[in-house]
Design a protein around this ligand. Structure first.
Ligand SMILES: Nc1ncnc2c1ncn2[C@@H]1O[C@H](COP(=O)(O)OP(=O)(O)OP(=O)(O)O)[C@@H](O)[C@H]1O
Length: 877
């Protein structure tokens, strides 16, 4: 208890102490000085306010600094970027300086050769392309490893050599660059989409493709080739393919190019294209259609103009605004081009000794004519011929309006041994020291042909005279056989007078075996174009000059051609002109690097390529297409190639094209996925017509085997479907055609008359001008067309030997000779002509061994009482 009281006491003591202390603490500092306290508080508040202001200021400063820091950081970043750019620029500058040095070297070299600045830029580009080509050529792994190239390796190396000599100093091999892997993307078409397409196309366009046509239209492969027969609907299917690419696969039309060969066929394609898209409610303007459907030449020209806007082409000399629509098959020299070549020829003849001598040797051959193997005549025969020669000479007076000597018979003696025997020329030209002897060709003699001179027909008298003069005269004789010879002579005289009595020969030259002839500079042009189409350079021909298969004159011709062509290209360069060959070479597979110089839109426009009539493509064009496709693939751009053709219809080998790219498509255009589609239904003709046409080609070895099937079945009158009427008489031809037209022709029946010979064409055109629904064309022009009734005039037969072209073929690495290829091509031409017919085909010709007509006549009993062969197929079918 005591303890508790004690604790309570202690507790009370503590409480009283705390209370006293509390009061004391509470009142001691202020309680004693209230004013001071207030003051301190105000001071404190002021300080606090000041501190707050300072804090805010510091915060603002901090923000500013942070901002400044940020800007600084950005500036540093920019600085770094600038430095990086500067570095790149420095490198570029260095490269350009190097290039400049190279250009400078070239310029110096080329200036020595008087090349133009325009040419310099192209050659500069070619130089770079060449260098890269060399590097790529060795590193590039074409999938053609086991495929023979389109031209022989020797050709290629020689071409590179020629370019090296022409444009640049020998290039240093550039370091190898690894080729990027090719991109081969097919198209993706789901079964549902296929069903939709197959449902909608017939509904909207009214066209119902067959299974094989669908295979082509819907091919999902990036590399497709379509082996088609005549009348199988190639063009129709090609257009539907474009529709699928654009409408269903959403590929812009700007990325699609359709190639066709002629102005006429591109027009037809464009109108079909617009029609089909119209059915889908899409308006394709004429301009757009023109952009899509092209000839090879118009497209490459567009690409070139993108790079060289002012590019002028020799092929369009004096033809403004030509877009190259014509393609190679419509090319012939116009007056301005002819003039250009003529001037060059004349200039070279007087300035280049070797050219001068070569031309004179060719001219001499022309004047002398071919060695006809003239036999010797006894002096008695010579005297007899001389005795009637004045009369013979007078008998042909007036056939030609000859220049010089008043057109009077002029005596001239034979060579020394026979000086006592006198013959006569029809005129003498003292300025050229030429005796003009008129030996008109038979057609020009007309009724005079049968005139008797001293009991000898005039025609025979003239040919004996020519033989004698060639064998026994040393004089300069110029024979005039037809108007053309006279025109050449007139031109020679005009040149002589214009050029201050400087003589320049003007004469025709045809290479050995060629039937047609042209004035020598035109023949230069034709042979050079042929060689270039074959993928060669004219300078490559030095390898065959002097070949034992070539005549001495053809060798002289080639030598002259090489000089002429070199001068021609130099002249073009100094006149700032190109040729298509330069463009195709510039963008060929051998100069892949040049594709990088094309704009993106140009490259894109060739992403999806469709080619019609692929069997007629030339090596030169193939090289460009290959280069384009390879480049598209290497830049990882989705790309596709679809080629449609019928090797049985390949008919332009004489212009340098070849069916081999089609026949050996998988080797020539290798890809990881290639699809072959066959289209053998024929919508055009009765089965009899197809079978007959195929019979013509039975012996052609180099072809893809196939057999066409007529959708229309057999003809109601099979006996009359193909008839051969044996005639080559011009009057009989007219009468027969009139009869046919009377028998089968009404306003609704279309008729196509095809003729081989120009004189027949001329006559028929004059005679049947204005006949309704009747077209008269050459066999070649009929390609791609069709008519109810076809009338063919003249056989298709090649029985020549052209050594120069055979050697060019060999040089280009062809497996056949030109002669073999042409023998087969003549038969293919007949196949094209016959397959134009829907209902009936009449063929007016005299069967000759080896010809196409001959192959259709199997048994004598085919012939009826009127001499008409009602032929039936035995091999095909
Ligand atoms: N699926 C189809 N149904 C009906 N007719 C068709 C079909 N496809 C094409 N044709 C018709 O067949 C004919 C031949 O077509 P097209 O001219 O396109 O053939 P082509 O293969 O180009 O012939 P060629 O190569 O012989 O010149 C034309 O009259 C065309 O309208």
């Amino acid at each position: 208890m005591k303890k508790t009281v004690y604790y309570v006491f202690i507790l009370l003591l503590i409480v009283s102490f705390i209370s006293t202390a509390e009061i004391t603490f509470a009142f001691w500092p202020f309680g004693n000085n209230e004013g001071e306290l207030q003051k301190s508080r105000e001071q404190l508040e002021k300080d606090l306010e000041l501190a707050e202001k300072q804090r805010l200021k510091a915060e603002a400063q901090l923000q500013e600094q942070q901002q400044a820091f940020k800007q600084l950081q950005e500036q540093v970043q920019q600085q770094k970027e600038l430095e990086r750019q500067l570095e790149t620029l420095k490198q570029q500058l260095q490269t350009e300086m190097q290039q400049n040095e190279e250009y400078q070297q070239q310029i110096e070299q080329l200036q020595q050769r008087r090349f133009s600045p325009m040419w310099l830029s192209l050659s500069g580009l070619l130089f770079i392309a060449y260098r890269v080509g060399v590097a790529r050529g060795t590193s590039r792994k074409r999938q053609t490893a086991n495929t023979p190239p389109s031209t022989t390796p020797s050709t290629e190396s020689s071409r590179q050599k020629a370019q090296t000599e022409e444009f640049v100093t020998p290039p240093q091999p550039a370091p190898e660059e690894p080729s990027p892997p090719p991109v081969l993307r097919g198209f993706s078409l789901s079964p549902e989409l296929i069903q939709k397409i197959k449902r909608e196309i017939p509904q909207r366009t009214g066209k119902t493709p067959t299974d094989s046509q669908w295979n082509m239209i819907l091919s999902t492969s990036p590399n497709t080739y379509v082996v088609a027969g005549a009348g199988s609907g190639k063009s129709t299917s090609l257009i539907l393919r474009v529709l699928v690419l654009n409408h269903y696969l959403h590929i812009p039309l700007q990325q699609v190019t359709v190639f066709s060969f002629t102005r006429e066929s591109t027009r037809e394609f464009r109108s079909k294209l617009r029609e089909v898209f119209q059915a889908y409610g899409k308006q394709v303007s004429e301009r757009e259609a023109t952009q899509i459907v092209r000839t090879f030449h118009s497209k490459i020209l567009e690409l070139a103009r993108g790079k060289f806007p002012q590019a002028t082409l020799f092929e369009f000399l004096a033809q403004k605004n030509d877009l190259g629509e014509g393609g190679i098959f419509e090319s012939s020299l116009n007056d301005s081009q002819e003039q250009y070549l003529k001037e060059l020829y004349k200039e070279l003849f007087h300035s280049h000794t070797e050219f001068h001598d070569l031309i004179l040797s060719l001219y001499h051959e022309y004047l002398q004519g071919q060695d006809l193997g003239i036999k010797s005549y006894s002096e008695g025969v010579l005297s007899l011929a001389a005795a009637r020669d004045l009369a013979v000479t007078q008998a042909v007076d007036g056939v030609f309006d000859l220049p010089g000597s008043d057109n009077r018979p002029t005596p001239f003696p034979l060579s020394k041994l026979y000086q006592h025997i006198t013959f006569y020329a029809n005129a003498y030209l003292p300025e050229l020291d030429q005796y003009i002897v008129s030996i008109p060709q038979a057609a020009l003699l007309g009724e005079r042909k049968e005139m008797q001179i001293h009991n000898f027909p005039l025609g025979s008298g003239l040919s004996v005279k020519k033989n004698i003069l060639l064998k026994y005269s040393d004089a300069h004789i110029r024979f005039i056989h037809h108007e053309r010879d006279l025109n050449l002579l007139r031109e020679e005289i005009t040149w002589f007078q214009q050029d201050g009595h400087k003589f320049t020969p003007v004469f025709d030259y045809s290479i050995e075996g060629e039937i047609t002839s042209a004035v020598v500079w035109e023949t230069f042009y034709a042979v050079a174009m042929f060689a270039e189409s074959m993928g060669l350079e004219v300078q490559d021909l030095h390898k065959i000059a002097g070949h034992d298969q070539l005549s001495a004159t053809d060798t002289a011709f080639i030598k002259a051609l090489m000089i002429f062509w070199k001068a021609f290209d130099a002249k073009l360069a100094s006149d700032r002109m190109f040729r298509f060959h330069h463009l195709f070479t510039f963008l060929s597979e051998k100069h892949a690097e040049n594709f990088t110089r094309l704009s993106r839109s140009m490259l894109d426009s060739m992403a999806h390529i469709l080619i019609d009539e692929f069997q007629d493509i030339s090596p030169e064009v193939v090289s460009w297409i290959r280069g384009t496709v390879d480049f598209s693939r290497s830049r990882q751009h989705p790309t596709s190639l679809l080629c449609v053709g019928d090797d049985w219809q390949s008919i332009y080998g004489w212009k340098g094209s070849s069916p081999r790219y089609f026949i050996e498509y998988e080797k020539e255009f290798p890809a990881e996925q290639t699809r072959r589609v066959d289209m053998m239904e024929n919508f055009r003709s009765y089965q009899e017509i197809i079978d007959q046409a195929e019979d013509i080609l039975t012996d052609v070895k180099y072809k893809i085997p196939k057999h066409g099937k007529a959708i229309r079945g057999r003809a109601p009158d099979p006996q009359n479907t193909v008839q051969i009427i044996r005639t080559d008489d011009e009057n009989e031809i007219s009468v027969t055609i009139r009869q046919i037209l009377r028998d089968v022709h009404d306003a609704a029946t279309s008729v196509l008359i095809m003729a081989r010979a120009n004189w027949v064409l001329k006559r028929l055109r004059a005679e049947f001008r204005g006949a309704r629904n009747v077209k008269i064309l050459t066999y070649h022009q009929s390609k791609g067309l069709e008519a109810d009734i076809c009338i063919l005039v003249g056989d298709c037969l090649y029985n020549s030997t052209i050594p120069l072209k055979n050697l060019i073929y060999e040089l280009a690495g062809c497996s056949q000779t030109y002669d073999e290829a042409q023998t087969e091509e003549a038969l293919r031409l007949a196949y094209v002509a016959v397959t134009r017919a829907c209902n009936r085909c009449y063929w007016l010709a005299v069967p000759k061994a080896g010809g196409a007509v001959f192959r259709l006549i199997h048994e004598e009993e085919d012939q009826d009482t009127k001499g008409v062969f009602h032929v039936k197929a035995v091999k095909a079918g």
